[in-house]
Design a protein around this ligand. Structure first.
Ligand code: TYM
Length: 327
């Protein structure tokens, strides 16, 4: 019997941060290692065209992202790891999906609204139809479960709608995928802990997995722990969340207790979080450097992944074309 398909994607935006890891990639590795699923993980370089990056930077960051995923434990013998543009069928399926997706539904997407504010000089049509391409990514492989952070749930809901719109217009064909969230679906920024951790906010807001211990320590020193108007301090909760995931259980409990008793030392907390995060990724940093030292091997692995993905993509596309009455 075939296993349920897990599909997820990540933008090649350079080094991954702890939000990407706790919200998504850690979960990908657990799903992969459970042996219960047929896993596809995709580095979405077509999606990254909607941003402001240049071509050379995109190429380089795509490889870096691949190296980081492998260094974290994505295993090409267990999962299909590939670059989105190596399987261009997704753009064709996205076009078909564009024609069943009402514009008003895309106008509701919060990510589109946020990005339009961030890149005011580049509000391109790709940014607007971005979630349609995301739906095509998932449905090209008949993805059933989509492990993502909380910020992507609206896009997965849209994918479910697109499935219905396509099936209604043509024939019942695609299955509605479901989002899968972790216990840390939303890691917050270090400097503005009311916003999700994101590289677009700036360097100091994120802890990158590849950051050297000293860099992590300095970033944490500047992390905001102040309360906003007398309530709970979101920055402190965020640091405790990091501690919960990267340090031993009792360490976190001690700080939780100290906080409740009003006896917490924020500088001590920051030091312990820095140490816990840095040591959790010490092996990762070595594996990453090793993988990046031989791009040819990396590229060969990605090309093997694309070959596997393409077999499925071509079959889906052939069927979808027939259903839509083209070719
Ligand atoms: P991207 O590249 O922005 O993020 C990759 C994954 O990391 C999660 N994430 C977070 N989780 C918790 N806290 C945070 N601060 C945080 N920041 C990011 C994201 O939710 C995501 O799971 N559109 C997608 C890529 C994509 C995709 C797909 C995902 C393209 N096609 C198909 C799933 C299925 C994106 O830009 O993710």
């Amino acid at each position: 019997m075939s296993k349920p398909v897990v599909f997820s994607g990540i933008q090649p935006s350079g080094n991954l941060h702890v939000g990407n890891y706790l919200g998504a990639v850690k979960h990908w590795i657990e799903l992969q290692d459970s042996d219960k699923y047929d896993c596809y993980f995709c580095i979405v370089d077509y999606h990254s065209l909607t941003g402001n990056r240049g071509a050379d930077e995109r190429r380089e960051q795509t490889l870096t992202t691949a190296a980081e995923l492998l260094a974290l434990g994505i295993d090409p013998n267990k999962s299909t790891l590939f670059i989105q543009s190596h399987v261009p069928e997704c753009t064709e399926l996205a076009w078909i999906f564009n024609t069943v997706t009402p514009v008003v539904e895309l106008e509701r997407m919060t990510q589109f609204k946020d990005k339009s504010k961030q890149q005011t000089k580049n509000i391109n049509a790709g940014l607007f139809t971005y979630p349609v391409l995301q739906a095509a990514d998932i449905l090209l492989y008949h993805g059933e479960l989509v492990p993502v952070g909380a910020d992507q749930v609206q896009h997965i809901e849209l994918t479910r709608n697109i499935t219905r719109w396509f099936n209604k217009r043509y024939t019942e064909y695609f299955l509605e995928p479901k989002p899968l969230l972790t216990e840390a679906p939303k890691v917050m920024s270090l400097l503005e802990p009311d916003k999700k951790m994101s590289k677009s906010l700036g360097e100091g807001h994120v802890i990158e997995l590849a950051d050297e211990p000293k860099v992590i320590e300095n970033k944490l020193k500047k992390a905001v722990t102040a309360t906003t108007g007398g309530g709970k301090a979101p920055g402190v909760d965020n640091l405790l969340l990091l501690l919960e995931h990267f340090a031993d259980g009792d360490v976190c409990q001690q700080f939780v207790k100290a906080e409740k008793a009003g006896k917490i030392s924020y500088s001590e907390l920051k030091g312990v979080v820095a140490e816990a995060v840095a040591s959790s990724f010490a092996d990762f940093r070595e594996r990453r450097a090793h993988l990046l030292s031989d791009p040819a091997v990396l590229k060969a692995q990605l090309s093997d992944g694309a070959k596997k993905a393409r077999v499925v993509a071509e079959k889906t596309m052939k069927e979808a074309r027939e259903l839509a009455g083209i070719k």
